[in-house]
Design a protein around this ligand. Structure first.
Ligand code: THU
Length: 133
């Protein structure tokens, strides 16, 4: 199983593939699954700005499209423009969708270039769920 530092460095490499001519804010992500497989994503912008795809959702989409069926354990996120590049609200909700009993961790690079971990519950408390009462 890859370490937090390893998935962060995969995210860092993925950020190099970013298509972000509008914001000039490249982001890379690496999703680690229970199988040990990892999937990369980068942000992809569009001249119709609202169509922009974030790196994290791209990585999760990549995993699903590749046929990954094990549990999502961690998502590492990296931007050369920002330390601790926290996921946006939409990406937090996407991660929550794939939490199946396990606790998904978000792995970021801190000010000292060390990996730091957050629990999805910390970043998205009281989240929406399709609970039927
Ligand atoms: N972005 C991501 O890729 N992930 C996030 O969680 C937040 C924002 C991208 C979208 C856009 O291309 C750029 O960062 C600036 O908002």
């Amino acid at each position: 199983m890859k370490t937090n530092e390893e998935i962060l460095s995969i995210a860092k490499e993925a950020a190099k593939n970013s298509y972000s001519p509008y914001s000039r804010f490249p982001v890379g992500a690496c999703a680690l699954y229970e199988s040990g497989n990892t999937y990369i994503g980068c942000n992809i912008e569009n001249s119709s700005y609202g169509l922009t795809l974030c790196a994290e959702r791209n990585a999760i989409s990549n995993a699903i499209a590749s046929g990954e069926t094990s549990k999502l354990l961690k998502v590492a996120i990296y931007s050369p423009n920002s330390k601790k590049c926290f996921p946006c609200g939409a990406c937090r909700q996407w991660m929550r969708e794939f939490e199946k009993g396990q606790k998904i961790k978000i792995v970021l690079e801190d000010e000292n270039s060390k990996a730091c971990l957050y629990d999805i519950d910390e970043l998205l408390p009281y989240s929406f769920d399709l609970n039927v009462i």
